[in-house]
Design a binder for this molecule. Structure first.
Ligand SMILES: Cc1ncc(COP(=O)(O)O)c(C=O)c1O
Length: 313
């Protein structure tokens, strides 16, 4: 990080690995006169290490500006809060659970309204919020097509995308999203014949995925996020998790450990059951964030957990 593109050495000392700047405040030359070299005042406004991170992520997306927040959810809330009061938001339906809560429970108090997926745009629609692939069903959205159509209907509308599942392999900005959010605790901070017990594997990188061709167009490499339906019910799915040894049961994704979660009771447990089932988030849907352990270790772990879960049926 450091420098305009976030790479190539820190500009003040030339350090190849830029130092982490811990100072909360910065010295003035004289009252009202900033130090000419840096122009920094107070870390909440700007900080050398954070600026480097912001320009690195902006460069990754091909955007002109990047802004870092304490969390991805804070960034998404801020995108919504930049809209004029009374704005309407259209979001993909099976959006990340935290975003769903922000749109349905918090932003209505501030005068914003939201509808999900098939809604028509109105004159008050100021934001279309996308995720692709959608968490955890791995359905894809054609970002370029949505962006082109949105601008045709309403020049005022902002197309925003949560690109957490694709970072850093593909730029949602280059496909037409004007604002792009990455939750930085996922891929960005990384270092860096399933048995008959599986009913369905949902992975856009497989030719069997209905939107495989779109995935090939939208990203440069296939990602590490995969979902599958275990043959059985909630009890079978729960048993699968109890037998995992290498893969950790946890929410989140894109970290150095492979993680598995049961969206029905974890990330998407807050959705009303009927809505959840309609979206395809069934009790037997399992989401895995495949990481950097030896591939054979991960495969063996998943296979033995599947077998043991199957024995209990
Ligand atoms: C797709 C997606 N977007 C956004 C977030 C929110 O990010 P954060 O946990 O940094 O608030 C998450 C968190 O799991 C996520 O999975």
């Amino acid at each position: 990080m450091g420098g305009a593109s976030g790479r190539g050495g820190e500009t003040i000392t030339g350090a190849v690995v830029p130092p982490i700047s811990l100072s909360t405040t910065f010295k003035y030359q004289a009252p009202g006169q900033l130090l000419a070299v840096t122009g920094f005042v107070y870390s909440r406004d700007g900080n050398p290490a954070r600026n480097g991170f912001e320009s690195a992520v902006a460069a990754l997306e091909g955007c002109t500006h990047g802004v870092a927040f304490a969390s991805g959810s804070a960034a998404i809330a801020m995108v919504i809060m930049t809209l004029p009061k009374g704005s309407h938001v259209i979001s993909v339906s099976d959006v990340y659970g935290g975003t769903f809560e922000t749109l349905t429970k918090i932003s209505p108090n501030m005068g914003y309204s939201a509808t999900f997926i098939t809604s028509a745009m109105t004159h008050a629609t100021k934001l279309i919020w996308l995720e692709s692939p959608i968490n955890p069903t791995m359905k894809l959205v054609d970002i370029a097509a949505v962006a082109a159509q949105a601008i045709r209907v309403n020049l005022d509308v902002l197309v925003g995308a949560d690109n957490t599942f694709l970072s850093p392999t593909s730029s949602a900005h280059s496909l037409g999203a004007e604002v792009v959010v990455h939750s930085a605790t996922k891929y960005l901070n990384g270092h860096s014949d399933v048995s008959p017990l599986v009913e369905l594997v949902i992975y856009p990188g497989l030719a069997s995925h209905l939107q495989h061709e779109l995935d090939k167009r939208q990203r440069t490499v296939f990602g590490g996020m995969i979902a599958f339906r275990i043959k059985g019910d909630l009890a079978t799915a729960t048993a699968f998790f109890q037998h995992l040894k290498t893969v950790t049961i946890a929410e989140s994704l894109g970290v150095v450990e492979s993680l598995a979660e049961l969206p029905a009771t974890m990330t998407h447990g807050n959705l009303p059951v009927d809505d959840r089932i309609k979206l395809g988030i069934t009790d037997n849907l399992i989401r895995v964030s495949v990481s950097v352990e030896d591939a054979e270790d991960i495969i063996q772990d998943v296979l033995q957990a599947l077998e043991k879960a199957g024995e209990g049926q």
